[in-house]
Design a protein around this ligand. Structure first.
Ligand SMILES: [Zn+2]
Length: 489
């Protein structure tokens, strides 16, 4: 940041002072066009200097929500202000706020009752039983019989009648992912695990720390709230001892146990939160066409960190699009007004299901009655072969429009000799919402996934900054081509 401050304050794109355009004209060199000057501002080292901040460890993986996501939004906003962009959100703000309810596991809403003969035993989460994993969480309130699982091996489990029943394990262990899916398919309710007598750790020692995470960690947004889950329920030693275990003696695998289990698990409402999309307007100059706006978008969130503190830096996904759009903002500043207006929008919660763009496209705010005409979305533009990128929609896609041709027509000027289809990724980034909810022609520029995709290893040192530079230049060229009286789409 320090390195960049001085030249940027002076309004220079190059590190050493150069003659201004006017001086060049005096010296008889042909004056550069607006486009040439704009393209010249896009510089690989400057993009890198932004990305090493946005994708740094202190940004904590830019989860939605997180304090660092707010910091990223304010960093972007500062740049928009510096470049002279107008606020693109309500009441003169650059931050479009949108609300969503968060949900999470609420231990208070979880309960297990086991009935045996005339007796009933009530168990509460944490003290009496624990889950080993997130897959055990869900929205459930149901009753089931109990079937003895014997040695709990896959072959044994495959023979059991499990429809409507809990499978009882006395080995101290639950089941593997594969057996779990098979049991779930055959109608099993869950797996009830009694502690092994010879275990080296108590159930609480083994699973207690994880359980604490279930209640503190905010799991998911509401779209997945209806998931029932498939519980593995580990009874603690004291809870197990309270049960009539004598009745289990001598049972064979598949035998019915004379217990009835009623289990409740629920997501509690963790309250409404506010997230922000960052939006800036570069107003047009044509008296008529300035009322039309081209929307560029990139998501600025990523997936945060693991509970153990491992950070997902998200340099390519989507630090690249985030910082690429900052470079495009600077290029527009150099260009001056285009005939049409341009909106740059950085959206949040893409990684949670394209939620920030969904919120905006379902309830768009455009100052001064601007009419959107198309969307260009960039996500992951910094990796893989330097001479190729992917685009969707292609001709084979129902949403195909001439906007794709505008990208294709400019590819070679920026050294891209191969353009591949990103149709398989159609629903995987924010352009899909602009098409679905607003009916806009869209183009998604993308440079494909790689071995570091959604891994902690997606770091800034692996980015091809020159490739990013050329993708950004391509987008600016597209913007200029879209200034004709009537774009084809
Ligand atoms: Zn992602």
């Amino acid at each position: 940041m320090m390195i960049l401050t001085a030249p940027l304050l002076l309004g220079l794109a190059l590190p050493v002072p150069q003659p201004s355009t006017q001086d060049s004209a005096v010296l008889d060199a042909p004056a550069k066009t607006n486009l040439e000057r704009a393209l010249d501002t896009i510089n690989a080292d400057e993009i890198r200097s932004d990305l090493v901040f946005v994708a740094s460890d202190v940004m904590g993986g830019r989860n939605s929500p997180s304090p660092q996501l707010k910091i990223a939004a304010r960093f972007i906003r500062s740049r928009l202000m510096r470049y002279g962009f107008q606020p693109g959100a309500q009441e003169g703000s650059y931050l479009y706020e949108w609300q969503i309810n968060q949900i999470g596991f609420n231990p208070e809403d979880a309960k297990v009752t086991i009935a045996s003969g005339d007796e009933t035993f009530e168990f509460s989460f944490g003290d009496d039983y624990l889950f080993p994993d997130f897959k055990s969480l869900g929205m459930r309130d149901g009753r089931g019989s109990v079937v003895f699982g014997g040695d709990m091996k896959a072959d044994t489990l495959a023979e059991l009648e499990v429809d409507g029943a809990w499978v009882l394990s006395t080995t101290g262990k639950g089941v593997s992912g594969k057996s779990r899916r098979a049991l779930e398919k055959r109608g099993a309710v869950g797996v009830l695990v009694l502690p092994a007598e010879d275990a080296s750790k108590t159930v609480k020692e083994a699973l207690g720390a994880r359980a604490a995470r279930f209640s503190s960690k905010r799991l998911s947004f509401s779209p997945s709230a209806n998931r029932a889950g498939f519980p593995m329920l580990h009874l603690t030693e004291s809870a197990a001892k309270s049960l009539p275990l004598d009745s289990l003696e001598g049972l064979e695998a598949g035998a019915k146990v004379d217990w009835a289990v009623h289990e409740k698990c629920a997501y509690g409402d963790l309250g409404e939160i506010t997230l922000e999309n960052v939006a800036g307007i570069w107003p047009g100059s044509d008296p008529e066409l300035k009322n039309e706006v081209i929307i560029l978008s990139a998501h600025y969130d990523h997936v945060g960190e693991r509970p153990d503190g491992t950070i997902f830096n998200g340099a390519d996904d989507n630090g690249s699009g985030t910082c690429g759009m900052l470079a495009i903002a600077e290029a527009l500043k150099e260009y001056g007004p285009m005939r049409r207006s341009v909106m740059l929008m950085w959206v949040s919660a893409e990684e949670k299901g394209l939620l920030g763009s969904e919120a905006w496209t379902k309830n768009p705010y455009l100052p001064g009655g601007l009419k959107p005409i198309c969307n260009i979305n960039i996500d992951m533009i910094g990796r893989n072969a330097s001479d190729e990128f992917l685009i969707t929609p292609t001709k084979k896609h129902p949403a195909y429009s001439a906007l794709t041709q505008v990208a294709e027509a400019n590819a070679e000027s920026e050294g891209f000799t191969k353009i591949k289809s990103a149709d398989a990724y159609w629903a995987r980034s924010d352009h899909a919402n602009f098409e679905q909810h607003m009916g806009l022609p869209v183009a998604f520029l993308f440079c494909d996934v790689h071995e570091d995709y959604h891994q902690p290893s997606d770091t800034p040192d692996k980015i091809d900054y020159d490739k990013m530079r050329r993708i950004c230049r391509l987008v600016v060229r597209m913007l200029e081509d879209l200034q004709v009286d009537k774009p084809k789409f």
